[in-house]
Design a protein around this ligand. Sequence first.
Ligand code: SAH
Length: 247
Amino acid sequence: MNTQNLPVLEEIWQTTLGWQPDEIQQKKFQQLYEEILVGNRQLNLTRITEPDEFWDKHLWDSLAGLSGLGIANELEKQQKISAIDIGTGAGFPGVPIAIAFPFWQVILLDSTRKKISFLSSLATKLDLNNIQNIVGRAEEIGQNSLHRETYDLAFIRAVGDVSVCAEYTLPLLKIGGLAILYRGHWSDRDNLSLQSAANKLGGNIERVIELITPLSKSIRHCIYLRKILPTPSPFPRAVGIPAQKPL
Ligand code: SAH
């Protein structure tokens, strides 16, 4: 297969996020791109396959979600953070985050077994030993004592409505933990529904950041939800209910 090279764009990484991949990380980004193109032949992993677009909408976007934390600061601390990516699909934002933060433990959760099998073999090929994969539904994992209230960070991109995202993420966080919702456009109405759902789940909207992707100039919003109180035990509700009857 004639795979193209991803752009490197060190300067853009540096000016936008105050961080840039080292040589090993750059190589892993390239391998990730190649593995996804191969996997795409069998699985419906992503429609974003052009090198520039992949860099912009998958790699940069995944890491830009952490800009509210300060990527460079987080890397300096070298803390062992435990993070979960809910509905990770082809591994976004979880895999680029695991590559950028080798000290973090990143759990990739998806309900589709085939996607998780793909990610598990990808993690081996890329030598990413800080990744663990789980096949399951957010509604079940959130009620499982091995996972409930155990994570420092929870990411969620392109999985559902804002209040569904709150119900999937908040139960999994420790008190003081942070959910990061990756969104496109963001309205006052979104803000109101999210705040109302978050109130029921022990969360609070701490910050909303607007971002523009560097190459395609697409609009993005990152919503930071802080867990301030324990999530009441009925949440998350049974499989399918959060999406059918959003809070
Ligand atoms: N986060 C990825 C994929 C988004 S597609 C990205 O942004 O590219 C949504 C993914 O969420 C699908 O792979 C689907 O299987 C998974 N998903 C949907 N509902 C889920 C649930 N309740 N629990 C776990 N995974 C779920």
